[in-house]
Design a protein around this ligand. Structure first.
Ligand SMILES: [Zn+2]
Length: 79
């Protein structure tokens, strides 16, 4: 029963391959694994010019800031 043994071996190899791939966290077939990063609007801190994602930025008077400290510092300078 050489044929049966070969089929069993092939099935075991396929199962092992799937387990290894899943363990490594690699993408499955049909996917390139290269997905475009989620589009995130970047805002520049009006104080230190650092770019931060809009979700993490602080906004005040039409300006964006990387943190509240820079927002406060910028507003202090405006006065
Ligand atoms: Zn800043």
């Amino acid at each position: 029963m050489l044929l049966l043994r070969l089929i069993l071996l092939a099935a075991l190899a396929v199962i092992a391959f799937h387990f290894v791939r899943r363990a490594l966290g690699l993408p499955g077939p049909g996917r390139t694994g290269v997905e475009p990063p989620q589009q995130q609007v970047m805002r520049r801190c009006a104080y230190c010019q650092v770019h931060v994602p809009e979700g993490e930025s602080t906004q005040s008077r039409g300006h964006f800031f990387c943190c509240e400290a820079h927002r406060d510092a910028h507003l202090r300078e405006q006065r």
